[in-house]
Structure formats: structure tokens, C-alpha cells
Design a protein around this ligand. Structure first.
Ligand code: ADP
Ligand code: MG
Length: 731
């Protein structure tokens, strides 16, 4: 009897949670109770201070020191009244997780007593000892210091862990020279860029619009597994995915998990993390089973992009923590199990005006529909022109397993717009004729189009689940983001490319207007050009098919499957320029980010390689040999008993088979180790990542193939690792 696995399974049986005790409460009673909301600010700030802060937040202007002092004092009173003893600047370094360094409010006053202190200096800027966060060389060249600076556009909150309560202040994380070392700083800059550009274009249609806010509603997929089984799998513990494991007889082929009833144990977990989220103001709305066994999804109401990103990071933190309380583990890895679906994070994105309009929702009148069309076509054009940047933003070692496999968006970026919009765009393209397009024909076309667009597009868009970037009636849905990723990377790209496209659009339309054209005619003419120019990115068919791969190649669309080469796209001159001219990144920052992503990739593959070598040689091969020895004993036993040798024919066959697999595994582990060694000698980050990608990683599959074969023949009792069928079917 193998101790590890069976001990784990025993433990699993005995560590089931007692019946969850849930106090009945209305969500509205607890929602955002741990958030320094507008309401809390109003209560704790003087009227003047409240209005200055709110204006500064809404207009994105600087908050002056005097006001900041008042905010700090209000925040402290609020937090202390809620039992918080510490505060921290909360930021999102490029490691992909969140970072915090707690400081006590408490200060000794000298008379053996103390008081709680928190002033604007502590609120506005901190200098965490951050020398080991990735910087891509940015800090080595100048200063080792990193600063976190308050982001007033995302509300402070109190994180409760056990009995500890900490006031968390969302911040950006930058170097001494102001270069971004995190995800939030460029995100905020990209939001500013797209807001400005969108307002200018909006004003063609409505002068009352003074603010445009990008919105994001993410959908978080994840797996839930038992803690004991998880901990008995070093590969899950150290790399977040199983590096070995034969596909069970029953996987997801019956599709009986999708939208099925949620297993009780997971349900209790969901209720618990949702409650924590509600307290933190994260508006979780939906929960359901996903396609793969033990896979689930949750999604919130959409929010402003910056807050939505913070809330997604918070959700992942909370989910990890609460899972432990339930003796469970949540897996955010994009592909924790081979042979069944992986996890993504769909990012639904749109633009909202301060007049209450969703710019990507069809309008009620021909005029508002022209506005809708303008934004719609500009987004399609942005993706058409800068698909490379979207591809680069989703390039990670985990997502590499999804992109290009037959389950998730392919590595080829394309846009699905649906049959209605395809028809509308075709009509504009054919009817807007250079020189012959008059005000009358524009008015007629506009009404014609208006009649073609169903008022409730949302219910009329045919859903194409295979597209990486789909219009879903009133928003675009980026489906290619990985489940573990910080959504900022892709949101920063999307905001930037849309900002850039809208700015160019405005310049072109203005030039036509200056040349004497009627405004609507000018808009239609430029839109027509954009439609023609964006033809190659639009695809309505099955993105998983081989025909699409061939067709995409003909259209000149890239199909880059591996991470290092997808990351290379960031460095194309045009791609660097677009970030620079929209003030999102400097060229140095783009290069630094490129290097950080390459290094992250390389290290993840390196860890996987080490883990594979260790597990293969110290657990799998020994188990196989142990079983082989039993067989050999059995074979000689049969002989000694004077029985016919043919009675041990099957045993002999298995003995030989085991030896064959063991030999390949041992050879391949050696070969992989050699490849790792030579990759490690490479200085250049890009070359090194490519060596890991091309030379080291392919050997993983070869080793795994033979190890998984062994799993199916070695005595179940002797197998050292919990099997898929044990891990995946949560009850
Ligand atoms: P699905 O069928 O993909 O689940 P839903 O309409 O339920 O579609 O929405 C999915 C996600 O889209 C949710 O997170 C929701 O908040 C988000 N969403 C809806 N409208 C918008 C919008 N205008 N901007 C951004 N996200 C949105
Ligand atoms: Mg969706």
C-alpha cells in the first residue's frame, strides 16, 4: 500500500468541512462594508474636502497635500473604527500577484504610551524595499529604489485575514525615475489616452459628453481540488499544473459537468468567498460549473476598468485564502490538467459616457446609431492594425497550452462581429462611393442601416464561442486572456490601440470637414475606408478549423504559438511607437517589460523541467521498478512451483514493457537536463527563453507519454501520485 497517495485520500475523506454555518444576511447589508466608499468619505470628510477629492477623482487631477492630509485622517478614523491596526500600500508588481507591506498605525509617544498615526505622507507615497521585484533592468541602471504612489481612483479597503485587519491603499509602483514597475501605472495612462480620444470623437455626436469611461466585466474560470490530494502532487504545488497524469476513462466527453449542479463542498466554498468579496465591494454576480470536471466560473457586474482589474486581483487573493479554510485549493493555472479544458478569463470591454450611454450598444435613432457604428468600427480597425499587441499581451507559459489547442481561442487573432454587423458593414462599403456620396445619400444610408441593426442586438448576436475577440451585442469580449493573468496587460493594449485609432480617425474626419465636407458624410467616408482596411481581421467561422489556419495564412494573419516569439511582437518599431505616442510606455519601459516576460516564461519552464526530472526519477521510475520486482518474484514463483512457463507470459510482457518505458524516461530526463544546462549558459534573455521553449520543453511531452503509460500498468496501490480520476471528481 503506497502511503502518500492513500494517506492523502484517507485524509481527504476525513478532512471534509463540517456543514457550513452561514449567517443569513442580505448582500445589500454587507456590500462594500470594508471599503472606503464615497459614502464613507462623505461621513468622515468635511464637505469641502469631500467635494475636492471627488472632483479630483472624477477629473483625474492631482489632489493637493492639504486635502490629502484630510483624506488620510478620515481614512484612518474609518479604518480604526472598523478594527484595522495596520495599513499597507497594495500594488501589482509584474510577478502577477499582489504585494503588500504592512505598517502599524500605532506609534510610541515617548511616555510609555502610543497613538494611531496616519498622515498624507503615509497615504501618498511609500518606499517599499522592493529590490527583488522584476524590473527588467530599469532599476539597475539608475536607482534600486521603488516607490508606491496612491491611486485615488480605486477605493481603499480593509483586508481581513483571521483576526488581523489591514487598511489597503491601491497604489501604482514605479522606479526612482518614474518608470512603471507594475501593471497599474501603464493601465491608468492607457485609460487616460482612450478617455481623451473617445470624448473628442463623441463630441461629433453629442457636445454634452465630458467623460468617457472604459468598462470591464471579467469572467474568471478556475479549478477546485482537494487540499490533501493537491499537496500530494508536487507538480501542482510547485508549478500550478500537473506535469504527469493519464486521462481518466471519463473526462468531459459527456459534458455533464457544464452548468450542472454545483458539488456541495465547492458550493460552500463559493458562498464563503463571495461573502468576503461582497464585503470588499467586489460585485460578484454569477457562479456556475464549467465544461471540465472540477472547473467553475464566476463573474461580476462590470465596473470601470481600473476598479474591475483591482477587484479581479482581490478576488483571486480571497479565493486562494478561503479555499484553504475549506481544505481546498483553487487553481488559476491556464492548463492544470492535460486532456480536458483549460481556464481563461474573458474580458468584456466597452466605453460608457457620463451621459449614461454605452458607446458599443446600438442606438435608438439613426444618429446615435452612427455614433455606435463609429466606435464599433474603430475598435475593429484597432484590432486589425494592432493584433500583434493583443497576441503579445496574452503570451505566458500557462496560456501557451491553450492558444492553438482545440478548446480555447487560437493563437491567430481575429474578430467576430456577427451576421447583422457583417451585413451593415458590407452595405456601408458598397454604398459609400468616393465623390458620389452626398448628404442625401448619407441620410438615406443612415436610416437604412438603422433599420438593419436590431435595437436589442444582445439577443440577436449569434454567439461564436471559438473567436478570440467577439462582439457580443453591446461590448467586445476578449476571450484569449489566461485565467491566471492580471487583466491589465490586455486592457492596457486594448485601451491604447483604440485611443490611437480614434485619434487618427478624428484627424482624418476633421481634414475632410475642413475640406468642406458635411460632418456625417466625412464620418461615413472614413468609416468606409476603415471597413475595407479591416476585412482581413474579421472572421465568422470556426476558429479551430484547419481551413481557418490556411485562410488566415493567406490573409497574412500571424499564427504564433509560442510565448517568446509572441513576445517579440512587442518590440516591432510600430508597436513601440504606439505606446510612446500615447504616453503609455516609454521605449525603455517596453523593452524592460519584454525582458521581464521572457524571464518569467523561462523560469516557469525551468521549474517545470526540474520538477519533471525529479518526479520521474524519484517517484515514478521507483514505483515502476517496485511493481516490476513483484512481477519478477511472481514469475520465478510460478517456475519454482513447477508450473508451466506459459502461465507467466503476461507478467513477462509487462516486465518488458515497464523496462522499455523506464529506459526512455531515464534517457529523456538525462537529455532534458543537458538541454537545461546548455540553456542556462546563455546570457541573453531572449535566446535563453527560446532555448527553453524549443529545446527543453518538447522533451516534457516525451517523458510524460511514457510515465502516463506506466500509470496505466503499474499496480494502483503502488502509484505515488494522486490520479486524475481521484483529483478531478469533486463531490
Ligand atoms: P455571457 O453570456 O458571456 O456570460 P453576460 O451578458 O452575462 O454574457 O456578461 C458577461 C460579462 O460581461 C459580465 O462580467 C458582465 O459584467 C460583462 N458586461 C456586460 N455589459 C458590459 C459592459 N457594458 N462593459 C463591460 N462589461 C460588460
Ligand atoms: Mg462570456
Amino acid at each position: 500500500m503506497n502511503t502518500i497517495r492513500h494517506h492523502s485520500i484517507e485524509k481527504f475523506k476525513t478532512t471534509r468541512m463540517p456543514e457550513p454555518k452561514h449567517e443569513a444576511h442580505k448582500v445589500s447589508d454587507i456590500f462594500a462594508e470594508n471599503v472606503f466608499t464615497e459614502h464613507a468619505m462623505k461621513t468622515y470628510l468635511s464637505e469641502d474636502a469631500y467635494y475636492s477629492v471627488m472632483t479630483a477623482i472624477k477629473t483625474g487631477t492631482k489632489i493637493d497635500r492639504k486635502i490629502a492630509d484630510q483624506v488620510a485622517s478620515a481614512m484612518k478614523s474609518w479604518a480604526v473604527s472598523k478594527g484595522a491596526t495596520h495599513f499597507t500600500h497594495w500594488f501589482q508588481p509584474l510577478t502577477g500577484t499582489t504585494a503588500e507591506k504592512h505598517d502599524a498605525f500605532f506609534q510610541i509617544t515617548g511616555n510609555g504610551k502610543g497613538i494611531e498615526i496616519f498622515d498624507s505622507n503615509m497615504l501618498v507615497q511609500q518606499e517599499p524595499d522592493a529590490s527583488s521585484f522584476p524590473s527588467g533592468g530599469l532599476r539597475n541602471t539608475f536607482e534600486a529604489r521603488g516607490y508606491s504612489a496612491w491611486d485615488p481612483s480605486s477605493p481603499a479597503f480593509i483586508m481581513e485575514v483571521g483576526n488581523g485587519k489591514t487598511l489597503c491603499i491601491p497604489t501604482v509602483f514605479i522606479s526612482y525615475n518614474g518608470e512603471a514597475l507594475d501593471y497599474k501605472a501603464p493601465l491608468l495612462k492607457s485609460l487616460h489616452a482612450v478617455e481623451e480620444a473617445a470624448i473628442a470623437v463623441c463630441n461629433y455626436f453629442d457636445k454634452n459628453v465630458t467623460k468617457v469611461t472604459p468598462t470591464l466585466g471579467w469572467e474568471q474560470e478556475y479549478f477546485v481540488v482537494d487540499e490533501a490530494l493537491h499537496d500530494a502532487r508536487p507538480d501542482l504545488v510547485f508549478s500550478g499544473r500537473t506535469l504527469f497524469g493519464a486521462t481518466p476513462a471519463k473526462g468531459q466527453q459527456l459534458e455533464d459537468h457544464y452548468f450542472g449542479s454545483i458539488p456541495e463542498r465547492v458550493y460552500a466554498y463559493m458562498l464563503d468567498f463571495e461573502t468576503e468579496c461582497f464585503r470588499l465591494g467586489v460585485p460578484i454576480k454569477t457562479r456556475h460549473n464549467e465544461v471540465a470536471p472540477s472547473q467553475f466560473e464566476c463573474a461580476p457586474y462590470f465596473e470601470e476598468v481600473n476598479v474591475a482589474v483591482d477587484h479581479n486581483q482581490l478576488l483571486m487573493d480571497v479565493m486562494e485564502r478561503v479555499a484553504r479554510r475549506h481544505k481546498l485549493r483553487v487553481l488559476f493555472h491556464e492548463k492544470p490538467f492535460a486532456g480536458i479544458n483549460g481556464s481563461g478569463k474573458h474580458c468584456n470591454w466597452s466605453l460608457a459616457t457620463d451621459t449614461g450611454k454605452n458607446l458599443l450598444s446600438p442606438g435608438k435613432t439613426p444618429k446615435t446609431n452612427l455614433q455606435f457604428l463609429t466606435f464599433f468600427i474603430n475598435v475593429v480597425k484597432a484590432v486589425n492594425d494592432h493584433a500583434d499587441l493583443i497576441r503579445a499581451s496574452i503570451a505566458t507559459s500557462g496560456n501557451e497550452h491553450r492558444l492553438g489547442a482545440n478548446e480555447a481561442p487560437p493563437a491567430i487573432i481575429s474578430v467576430f462581429i456577427g451576421s447583422y454587423m457583417t451585413e451593415v458593414l458590407n452595405e456601408i462599403e458598397s454604398k459609400v462611393k468616393e465623390g458620389k456620396f452626398t448628404e442625401e445619400s448619407e441620410a438615406a444610408l443612415r436610416i437604412d442601416i438603422h433599420n438593419k441593426i436590431p435595437a436589442l442586438m444582445k439577443d440577436n448576436t449569434d454567439r461564436n464561442r471559438t473567436s478570440p475577440f467577439a462582439f457580443t451585442g453591446n461590448k467586445f469580449e476578449v476571450r484569449a486572456v489566461g485565467s491566471s493573468q492580471n487583466t491589465s496587460a490586455t486592457m492596457t493594449v486594448l485601451n491604447t490601440i483604440v485611443a490611437d485609432t480614434l485619434k487618427k480617425f478624428k484627424i482624418e474626419v476633421d481634414a475632410l470637414i475642413d475640406g468642406g465636407k458635411n460632418r456625417e458624410v466625412a464620418i461615413m467616408e472614413v468609416l468606409k475606408h476603415y471597413i475595407t482596411a479591416s476585412k482581413k481581421i474579421c472572421f465568422e467561422g470556426n476558429n479551430y478549423s484547419d481551413e481557418w489556419k490556411a485562410e488566415a495564412a493567406k490573409r497574412g494573419l500571424k499564427n504564433i504559438k509560442d510565448t517568446p516569439r509572441a513576445l517579440d511582437l512587442m518590440l516591432d518599431k510600430e508597436n513601440v511607437d504606439i505606446f510612446v505616442r500615447n504616453n503609455v510606455f516609454t521605449s525603455e519601459e517596453v523593452h524592460a517589460r519584454h525582458e521581464i516576460e521572457l524571464e518569467k516564461y523561462m523560469k516557469k519552464i525551468q521549474i517545470e523541467g526540474r520538477m519533471i526530472g525529479e518526479l520521474a526519477m524519484s517517484q515514478i521510475v521507483p514505483a515502476a521498478i517496485q511493481y516490476q520486482n513483484e512481477l519478477i518474484k511472481n514469475i520465478s514463483g510460478i517456475k519454482e512451483a513447477g508450473l508451466n512457463a506459459s502461465l507467466s507470459a503476461a507478467q513477462k510482457k509487462i516486465v518488458a514493457e515497464i523496462s522499455e518505458h523506464i529506459n526512455v524516461i531515464s534517457d529523456k530526463v538525462e537529455a532534458m537536463t543537458e538541454e537545461r544546462k546548455s540553456a542556462n549558459n546563455i546570457e541573453d534573455a531572449r535566446e535563453k527563453a527560446i532555448a527553453y521553449c524549443d529545446k527543453v520543453k518538447p522533451i516534457f511531452e516525451e517523458i510524460r507519454y511514457h510515465a502516463d503509460k506506466l500509470e496505466l500498468i503499474v499496480d494502483d496501490k503502488m502509484w505515488p501520485l494522486p490520479k486524475y480520476r481521484e483529483i478531478l471528481f469533486m463531490r
